[in-house]
Design a protein around this ligand. Structure first.
Ligand code: GLC
Length: 563
């Protein structure tokens, strides 16, 4: 029997009625890394037709929609986050017709479809940048980027001291059309990703057209890359701290990020989305990758006339400790739910070491006790799916995939690895193509005639994590996610709505949703008494009567709560 309620957090708006309206408030969206989902052509690289073939699988899992990582024409220096043409499809991933078929099928299955938009920078192969190089200093073509003369006697030093996110300086020097060493251009990521100048009205109107192009093709919204970027301090001065935090890979340079003008762009984009909604009554969604230091900073991006959502990464980066989880959840509820938006929870994505491996050693970034990591990742999933708001699930998370930690150096493609002198091996291990079936690579990843190996090698142990195996085993991660997602649909307490903390021992977080859905998670290794003596309706692992084992989460429905 539960008696004491210790803390009240601000309630979200009540769960909305009307299926189409504000569907995003408590949606669970599946992130598809197109290169690695399913390959329909046998070239070893996933593609749009592969995603289309996988839609029934996702429908069965119970997600509300998909977000597809960039599939636009690109030289692939950062796997599509270097866009050479914002209104096309890279031939390696298919064609616009394939995209139309994919979105048509998604909508027929009742799945929303979000695409990724990359406004902070384009590819050095984009026609605008090529023109900027060709037309030289002071040309209108250069004014779309941040070109500057260098410092030093002959301009041989970069214009300021900023660092790039992926290593090295944030400036590269060009050779002018007459063959002489010339100006420098700004790139906050790699030299192949020149930053656009958002104070140039041409850039603004270009992206308005890009949004409309995809909205006209039927997309339900956009995941916005680097949404705290876009504007830099207008004078591009030296920074007191130009470094990048290697652990979180957040920039601490306040001159390069989070400038106030960016909010005007999100207001404009919201207006465009609302124009489409006014035509057909369907909500479009803007979800931003907003990497800013605190939940309070993030709240400014999800004010009612800006982005609908911003990924809340603090849950993803929290170590496996109850006090850390409690703190980040409390801050999100206080700062973000207070804006009227909903919190957008994430445990995995294509930039981070997978949760199973992160939790494989307490409080570290990557451990080796994978059975423990798995048990904890299952518990974290039940916690996330019980929290108020929306959630994003990264492909393979539903299979309990650990990170592939031992990829050989020569296959690594992440620019972070190459630009940090091979020190940081971070992003390839979560991007290995998914295992679908069978006992050996390519594990059904390619449905076409296999003529090439998967673009990153799959380890033999992927055999234990195929979707085929997961579907056949009711104790699998997949069934846990599926059961949780189906309960989210059927139980009105879950999704959007209020959360109240319950009294619990320090190593346990326990809360109630709505009028009686209780979720508790035990971060310790030792069991504790469960908050309710009834059997849970769902648990991340076996629960003896009235007990909550270590590293386990469970959900109960009860009418025994006192207010
Ligand atoms: C975002 C993307 C990441 C990409 C970077 C530069 O952080 O998630 O994959 O490399 O932006 O576009």
């Amino acid at each position: 029997m539960i008696s004491a309620t210790v803390e009240n957090t601000p309630a979200n708006e009540p769960r909305t009625s009307g299926a189409a309206q504000q569907w995003w408030r408590d949606a669970v969206v599946y992130q598809v890394y197109v290169r690695s989902f399913l390959d329909s052509t046998g070239d070893g690289i996933g593609d749009l037709a592969g995603i289309r073939a996988g839609l029934p699988y996702l429908k069965r899992l119970g997600v509300d929609g998909i977000w597809i990582n960039p599939f636009y024409p690109s030289p692939q220096h950062d796997h599509g986050y270097d866009v050479a043409d914002y209104c096309g499809v890279d031939p390696v991933y298919g064609s616009l017709a394939d995209f139309d078929h994919l979105i048509g099928d998604a909508h027929r299955l009742g799945l929303k479809c979000l695409v990724d938009i990359v406004p902070n920078h384009c590819s050095a192969d984009h026609p605008w940048f090529r023109r900027a190089l060709a037309e030289g200093p002071d040309s209108p073509a250069r004014a779309r980027f941040h070109f500057s003369d260098g410092r030093g006697e002959s301009g041989e030093l970069p214009p300021n001291n900023w660092h790039a996110m992926f290593g090295g300086p944030a400036w590269s020097r060009v050779v002018e059309p007459d063959g002489t060493p010339g100006q420098w251009y700004l790139h906050l990521f790699t030299p192949e990703q020149p930053d656009l100048n958002w104070r140039n009205p041409e850039v603004r109107s270009y992206f308005d057209q890009v949004l409309r192009f995809w909205l006209d093709r039927g997309v339900d919204g956009f995941r916005i890359d680097v949404a705290a970027g876009l504007f830099k301090h207008p004078a591009l001065p030296d920074s007191d701290d130009p470094t990048v935090d290697e652990r979180t890979r957040d920039s601490v340079n306040p001159l390069a990020w989070n400038q106030p003008e960016v909010h005007g762009i999100w207001r404009d984009w919201r207006t465009i989305c609302e124009e489409y909604t006014a035509r057909d009554g369907l909500d479009r969604l803007l979800v931003g990758e907003v990497s800013v230091p605190t939940a309070a900073d993030q709240a400014a991006y999800v004010r009612p006339d800006e982005l609908h959502q911003a990924f809340f990464f603090h849950l993803l980066t929290a170590p496996w400790q109850s006090d850390h989880f409690r703190r980040v959840i409390t801050e999100a509820l206080r700062d973000i739910a207070g804006t009227g938006s909903t919190i957008t929870w994430v445990l995995n994505n294509h930039d981070q070491i997978r949760a199973v491996t992160r939790y494989a050693a307490p409080a570290s970034t990557a451990g080796t006790d994978l059975p423990a990591g798995s048990v904890r990742a299952r518990a974290a999933a039940l916690l996330m799916l019980a929290l108020p708001g929306a959630a994003y699930v990264y492909q393979g998370e539903e299979l309990g995939l650990p990170e592939v930690m031992d990829l050989p150096d020569e296959v690594l493609t992440d620019p972070i690895f190459h630009r940090t002198g091979s020190r940081l091996r971070i992003r390839d291990g979560c991007r290995v193509p998914l295992p679908w079936s069978g006992q050996a690579s390519p594990f059904g990843f390619t449905t076409g005639e296999a003529t090439a190996r998967p673009w990153l090698p799959q380890p033999d142990w992927f055999a234990e994590h195929t979707t085929e195996r997961a579907l056949a085993d009711t104790g699998s991660f997949w069934h846990l996610y599926r059961d949780a997602l189906h309960l989210r649909r059927s139980l009105p307490q879950l999704g959007d709505g209020p959360l109240r903390w319950l009294d619990s021992p320090p190593e346990v977080l326990a809360f109630v949703r709505g009028d009686g859905l209780v979720c508790a998670i035990n971060f310790a290794d030792q069991p504790v008494h469960a908050p309710l003596s009834d059997a849970p309706i769902l648990a991340s692992g076996p629960c003896p009567p009235a007990m909550l084992p270590g590293n386990t989460a469970a959900w109960w429905v009860t009418d025994q709560l006192t207010a």
